[in-house]
Design a protein. Structure first.
Length: 231
């Protein structure tokens, strides 16, 4: 097979990496943010058109408040730090998920990065923040119902392709490959609709240790497979 157009990654293992190395959990998240930069660069090198990273799930709010606050602060600082790099590397930046609940200063940083990279034409980097696959489908159904009430939508003509236009990822192709680090064998509420025919690659490597070599290994494994899409 050819190089995947769209790769989605469940970035797992930051906390376990920190524990293994005798460091605070936030250090694992900080190192994980550095890995995200390297993997985005690797996508550009390999010709991958889109990369979606599961950054903060809707369930992550259940973590201790101090950790959540530290994650939000880290996210904003890392995004500020790397916006210029994304511009110079021709990366298009985007975020999917619910904005409600995110700190206002973080939303401002997100909007700034989206605007300043909108003219680029390279890898489309999408971060799933305050994201859940089930909530995405529910939000899509709400949009459909709203249009139906206004009689702006012929519900009898709605098919899978049409429904896809109501999802957060309406501007992205479905992921060809989903990678999960740290060895866990589940989707964790990530891209439930979009992953119907995605290929999966699981590695025991914790996300902070997932380097370009590991990433290219996953892509090469994907290229050996035969996708039949139910045929």
């Amino acid at each position: 097979m050819e190089t995947p157009r769209h790769i989605a990654i469940i970035m797992d293992g930051n906390g376990r990496w920190a524990k293994k190395n005798g460091l605070p959990r936030i250090e694992g998240h900080r190192r994980g943010s550095e890995t995200a930069v390297k993997i985005t660069e690797a996508c550009g090198e390999l010709g991958v058109k889109a990369l979606t990273l599961y950054t903060f799930s809707s369930e992550n709010w259940k973590r201790p408040q101090a950790e959540v606050d530290a994650l939000m602060d880290l996210f904003g600082k890392a995004l500020n730090k790397n916006t210029d790099r994304m511009i110079s590397n021709n990366v298009i930046f985007n975020v999917i998920g619910r904005r409600h609940g995110l700190p206002e200063n973080l939303i401002s940083v997100i909007d700034k990065a989206i605007k300043e990279t909108s003219g680029n034409s390279g890898v489309k980097l999408t971060l799933a923040v305050n994201y859940g696959g089930r909530q995405e489908i529910v939000d899509a159904v709400k949009k459909v119902c709203s249009l139906r009430q206004k009689e702006d939508l012929d519900i009898s003509a709605l098919d899978e392709e049409g429904f896809n236009k109501f999802l957060y990822t309406k501007d992205l192709p479905d992921p060809d490959l989903i990678i999960r680090t740290s060895g866990e064998l589940r989707l964790s509420n990530f891209l439930l609709w979009q992953s119907a025919y995605s290929e999966f690659y699981i590695t025991e490597t914790f996300w902070p240790d997932f380097n370009k070599k590991e990433f290219k290994k996953a892509v090469e494994e994907y290229k050996k497979r035969n996708r039949r899409f139910g045929e």
